[in-house]
Design a protein around this ligand. Sequence first.
Ligand SMILES: [Zn+2]
Length: 242
Amino acid sequence: MQAAIAAMAAHTILFSFTPSQIVLNPVAFSTPHNNPQLLSPFHGVFLNKLTRQSVTLAATAPKPLTVVASSKKAVAVLNGNSNVKGVVTLTQENEGLFSFKLLTTSILMNVYLIGPTTVNVRITGLAPGPHGFHLHEYGDTTNGCVSTGAHFNPNKLTHGAPEDEVRHAGDLGNIIANADGVAEATIVDSLIPLTGPNAVIGRALVVHELEDDLGKGGHELSLTTGNAGGRLACGIVGLTPI
Ligand SMILES: [Zn+2]
């Protein structure tokens, strides 16, 4: 039993999905009735929408076990060979805390549900109008913004718009500079987490010379880069205090 608990804990490292989609399927969590000690405390529980409040399925909790750490914040300071500069912050907060007690044990498990990442952008020195804005694969600026590689694309899809299902994770669309050359935006995106296997810490944000056509421009580069032109400035995403 202890081995089973350890295995369960080891596999319950990160829940990264939209809370409104959460359904704890009783079939998936049920175990054979001829072994009642392994019956899951999840049985029959559906959570269609979680809040930040704790959902506790057990009354006694002498040994809390936190599976995933709390909120994270990151920052990227963008610079390049032009006058374009900027600061971008990325914040990922917990959407809720799900606590449950493993049957026949005194272990309480706390699982944080990870929400989308909020990206606050302020970039100056741009030509007025839209500019492609992407999360690129590498946090490597040894050869300037060129060495940050292609758009971050862990699922090997083609380039698209942030709202498309088929897109690079790093496809954050366009930011729009005003007449003074200042672009300010708040982007909320679920594919650029700060924790987990696809975390973007250590990668780079890049602002481009031209508008990203979001894969729909018909240019030979539309499906890879959005034909967004040169890289005006970039910055490596690094952790910062919350
Ligand atoms: Zn892309």
